[in-house]
Write a protein that binds this ligand. Sequence first.
Ligand SMILES: NC(=[NH2+])NCCC[C@H](N)C(=O)O
Length: 301
Amino acid sequence: MSTINMEEELKKAQVLVEALPYIQKFNRKIIVVKYGGSAMVDEELKRKVIQDVVLLKVVGFKPIIVHGGGKEISKWVEKSGMTPEFKNGLRVTDEPTMEIAEMVLNKVNKSLVSLIEELGVKACGISGKDGGMLKVEKKYSKGEDIGYVGEVKEVDTTLIHSLLKDDFLPVICPIGYDDNFHAYNINADDAACAIARAVNAEKLAFLTDIEGVYKDYNDKSSLISELSTTEARQLLAGGTIGGGMLPKLNNCIDAIEHGVSRVHILDGRIPHCLLLEIFTNKGVGTAILSEGAEKFFDTNI
Ligand SMILES: NC(=[NH2+])NCCC[C@H](N)C(=O)O
């Protein structure tokens, strides 16, 4: 015999009611999820991220995953007897490293596709090479040549739109071509941002290894829940933002100024952070929105 704890059950109903306006508002809207960091290495977390994205899809949103493969690429570079090298956060990518990066990213890409398919959603794994999606030019690190690292200069969204139209969940790894059709590795944050802009995404969510944006990087109690682009700029100018967050925040501002309504910086180490951010009023990370943007719902639950 089993009993029912009505209080517990009512809480579950409240969760669903809180989610209702978001399910309505983001219906048919594109949400780009940049997937990387710890949430990609830990198998348990990985499953939860994929469950979240599948749920977003099943309730009627149009999620797109853009993923990295950083740690896995370094592992295979080492296995091949080479030493991974970075300059200002960018991987120095010579010809053999590019080959490994491409192999690893494609492998990670297909493993994500399998997980999504296992959960009953149609997914299609592609790289920026497919359909000529990501056209790049060579990126330099403070004037230094770092090999085949590309900066996105053009996004052809035809393939993404075809996949979305046929109800596939696109899973994209950040590799692109230059004008001579040579493959380039692209920083996954940059690729996610460029793709979100190009498809006019409603949202762009970054899964990171940090709680969100802190007012002061040295004060972990100063996590900011909501930030306008103007406030984000002020923060950047104030010099209290941690090193790793700088390019991220710049990417966020850039995305919003080019039409993305909201950008979310989330802690991928929190299980189900995507659901907790998107389906609740307060969220769990930092939400960045354009100046004067419509405020989040206040359903008073
Ligand atoms: N970090 C925050 N303040 N998040 C608020 C999120 C609000 C809402 N669920 C959304 O996705 O737009």
